[in-house]
Ligand binder design. Structure first.
Ligand SMILES: Cc1cc2nc3c(=O)[nH]c(=O)nc-3n(C[C@H](O)[C@H](O)[C@H](O)COP(=O)(O)OP(=O)(O)OC[C@H]3O[C@@H](n4cnc5c(N)ncnc54)[C@H](O)[C@@H]3O)c2cc1C
Ligand code: SF4
Length: 483
């Protein structure tokens, strides 16, 4: 009953005016005693909705990997940190990623949240995994025996890493092929280091390598290496290539200089920090008036990046209206609460540039450029039906425009090369959440490539489940050989 007497504590954050001067993480973990107090707020419910992990009304409800939350809360409360880590590691391959960047659907469905603030589940998860690394409990554990079966995982984001980890643990020989020069998928080259620092990703890759997983980077499957050679060499293949097909705007002036897809901008920024690679003008916001088209999380990361690069101003256009302050009747518990919040980038914009950058219902209609062919202005209207007349038209000055209106699923080429059947929207229909197998025998799909752009925690869940499906497939194949 601690939730009655103890207030929820949110993770402290570094001051926005300070943190925008570097690229380090902006959150400050809980101290041990604070984590214990927060764990005491858990009611150890008979039916813990926090761990159900399902989809209601197209939103995630509860933890998709079914973390054993009340169990580790109780262990933390009793100071049994090693036991808490063991319980956490049972369901989550990479708590160091989720505890930093997960939107915590577990907290949205916490029962305490019905009458009070929910338990600080994500912060407690963070305290457990930080402690486990500090104490040296996270060590490589290579499998004791090998099965002789070989699996190729294509793509090294959280889905690929989770499936590789699961299959390697039970003794299969796993090779991960990655097109980029460094493993990690969006953890490495998409999500800014303010949310997940890159040495945290490198640390996990090293552990996986020490456990026996082989990483082959700068290998573009279908180009650098043929699909046939993979089929010949491996007993099964899992496609974890992400949902990298960028959604574009098709309006007048799109060809102008100074207009870029958000992902190219974020990748260039990550590479600039990692390797000191010079920023091309279209990826450098210094001194510029920046407009981000798209009101989602990728757009938010662009706002935070532009502020750190020293932009003059930043505005973010959203298609939808401002969210309500409280849950509405249409969004009851245990659904994830769709409520207004001021996340890290918006807090920074308010404090550093004096204004929340979000503008609602904005529809970009036209880009205007100068005689050099560079964007200078945008003309917008309104997505709101009742404001679709001329009075809603507005002009915005801009030197840099970033397009962050989402993704259209997996890139086609590798799925075409494997001759995998998809539906008109690009989804791999046959690979359901039981078999994960595509229309091609022995070829599986998981993560954003299968379900569309989603979350780290769903990618881990998909990687784990696909690994179980592959193991079953290999086992059956083995049995058939012995008949
Ligand atoms: C800017 C941004 C911020 C985000 N922030 C968050 C967040 O805060 N919290 C959260 O939970 N989620 C966040 N997400 C979503 C999350 O990153 C993804 O859902 C997750 O990374 C998907 O994992 P994945 O393994 O399926 O694919 P990815 O992480 O996309 O990895 C796919 C990998 O496959 C490789 N690949 C593709 N084709 C080939 C090929 N032919 N050969 C070899 N390799 C190939 C790619 O190079 C890539 O490395 C964010 C996404 C973006 C874009
Ligand atoms: S992985 Fe995400 S949903 Fe699951 S317990 Fe951690 S923060 Fe909550």
């Amino acid at each position: 009953m601690g939730f009655i007497n103890i207030e929820k504590q949110y993770l402290k954050e570094r001051k926005p005016v300070e943190r925008v001067n570097d690229w380090n993480e902006y959150k400050i973990p809980l101290a041990e005693s604070e984590a214990k107090d927060q764990a005491a707020r858990c009611m150890d419910c008979g039916i813990p909705y926090c761990q159900i992990g399902t989809t209601i009304n197209r939103g995630t409800t509860g933890c998709p990997i079914h973390n054993l939350i009340p169990e580790w809360n109780d262990l933390v409360y009793h100071g049994l940190w090693k036991e808490a880590y063991d319980r956490l590691a049972k369901t989550n391959n990479f708590p160091e990623f989720t505890s930093k960047a997960c939107p915590a659907p577990c907290e949205g469905s916490c029962t305490a949240g019905l009458v009070n603030d929910p338990v600080s589940i994500k912060s407690i998860e963070r305290a457990i995994i930080d402690r486990a690394f500090e104490e040296g409990w996270v060590v490589p554990k290579p499998p004791k025996r090998r099965t002789g079966k070989k699996v190729a995982v294509i793509g090294s984001g959280p889905a690929g890493l989770a499936s590789a980890d699961q299959l390697n643990k039970i003794g299969h020989e796993v090779t991960v092929f990655e097109r980029s020069d460094r493993p990690g998928g969006l953890l490495m080259y998409g999500i800014p280091s303010m949310k997940i620092e890159k040495d945290v990703v490198d640390r996990r890759i090293r552990l996986l390598e020490e456990e026996g997983i082989i990483f082959k980077t700068s290998v573009d499957v279908g180009n650098t290496i043929s699909v046939q050679s993979l089929k010949d060499e491996f007993d099964a293949v899992i496609l974890c290539t992400g949902a990298g097909k960028h959604r574009e705007v098709t309006i007048e002036g799109r060809e102008l200089k100074g207009i870029s897809p958000a992902m190219k901008y974020l990748i260039a920024s990550n590479r600039n920090q990692l390797y000191g690679e010079a920023l091309e003008s279209d990826y450098d916001a210094k001194g510029k008036r920046v407009i981000v088209i798209g009101g989602g999380d990728t757009g938010e990361d662009c706002v935070a990046t532009a502020i750190r690069q020293g932009c003059k101003s930043v505005v973010q256009f959203g298609k939808h209206g401002k969210l309500p302050a409280q849950r509405t009747e249409k969004n009851p518990w245990p659904e994830h609460p769709n409520v207004f919040s001021v996340d890290y980038a918006y807090e920074e914009a308010e404090e550093v540039l004096g204004k929340d950058p979000r503008e609602y219902y904005v529809e970009t209609e036209k880009f205007i450029g100068n005689t050099d062919g560079h964007v200078t202005e945008l003309i917008t209207g309104s997505f709101k039906k009742e404001q679709s007349d001329e009075s809603a038209k507005k002009n915005w000055k801009a030197d840099l425009v970033l397009i962050a209106i989402g993704f259209q699923g997996a890139e086609d080429s590798v799925f075409d090369d494997f001759e995998v059947t998809r539906d008109p929207s690009g989804r791999v229909i046959e690979a359901d959440t039981y078999s994960y197998q595509t229309s091609q025998e022995g070829v599986f799909a998981a993560g954003d490539a299968r379900r569309g752009a989603s979350l780290i925690v769903w990618a881990i869940e998909e990687g784990r489940k696909a690994a179980a499906a592959v193991d079953l497939y290999l086992d059956k194949k083995l049995s058939l050989l012995h008949q």
